[in-house]
Design a binder for this molecule. Structure first.
Ligand code: MLT
Length: 267
């Protein structure tokens, strides 16, 4: 049974699971916005047989504290590094999906010495365009006016490739978004709008890197992954068939096969 744990990291209660073989190579899973570590359930079940698996709730999400709701991406990276310190993990495979990818890309830019390998899923190194920043501002206004539900419905509509294909995953994601607090979600929208662009760092990444993207991802389309693959010297790119933005949930079998194959080759 997976143990759910909490730690005080940078003054905030961070909720996480730490499972698998404690003496094995560690992998840290960083979820997308506005979800929680639960989105990694299909990966935790297969990774924990061979690795030490840590999956946590980014502050403002899941069961981690919301705090004052004033977040930056830098603070999210401080929390990731703080959690590694707390767990006495010097180096880990850092794996992030979408927002999680923004976090691990900035983490390797700031602290390359903490990273054994990178896994970038349905993400991008690019900062928000002006249009994207305006969309985030409009979402904040709408959430304050109407609550989280309409935002969750619209977001999941664009995140999932085919609404009917994976109803169970969609329902789980709906529940997760709606149980997150409006101020956590709005604070994260501000952090995402204010994040830096990490594209210039890509050619300097020295660790093996796996890039995964759903073939039908409309939020961070495959062209963005192709660009990262072109820039990161030791990277490999796999397109996850029949999947949109949440490729790990929409086609877990293909996603896990690519991930395990990459990890086994890079022991
Ligand atoms: C995510 O899935 O983390 C979000 O789509 C990221 C974003 O809104 O940029």
């Amino acid at each position: 049974m997976i143990q759910e744990v909490e730690a005080s990291i940078n003054g905030t209660r961070i909720h996480y699971v730490d499972t698998g073989d404690p003496s094995a190579r560690p992998i840290v899973l960083v979820h997308g916005f506005p979800f929680s570590h639960e989105m990694w359930s299909p990966q935790i079940a297969s990774l924990e047989k061979e690795l030490r698996v840590v999956a946590y709730d980014v502050r403002g999400h899941g069961r981690s504290d919301v705090g004052d709701g004033q977040y930056t991406l830098e603070l999210f990276v401080d929390d990731l590094v703080g959690l590694l310190d707390h767990l006495k993990i010097q180096k880990a495979v850092l794996c992030g999906l979408s927002m999680g990818g923004y976090i691990v890309l900035r983490a390797i830019e700031r602290n390359p010495e903490r990273c054994l390998a990178l896994v970038l899923c349905d993400t991008s190194s690019q900062a928000d365009s002006n249009e994207a920043k305006l969309r985030r501002a409009a979402s904040i206004k709408a959430i304050k006016r109407e609550g989280v539900k309409p935002f969750a419905d619209a977001f999941l509509e664009s995140a999932f490739a085919l609404k009917a294909r994976n109803d169970k995953a969609r329902l789980l994601m709906e529940e997760i978004i709606e149980s997150n607090s409006p101020s956590g979600i709005c604070g994260t929208l501000l952090a995402l709008a204010g994040r830096t662009d990490t594209t210039a760092t890509l050619p300097t990444i020295k660790v093996p890197t796996l890039i995964l993207v759903g073939e039908l991802d409309r939020i961070t389309p495959p062209a963005l992954s192709q660009r990262m693959h072109d820039e990161i010297p030791s990277s490999e790119l796999h397109i996850v068939a029949n999947a949109g933005h949440l490729s790990n949930l929409e086609n877990p079998a293909h996603f896990n096969e690519c991930l395990l194959d990459f990890l086994n080759k890079r022991r």
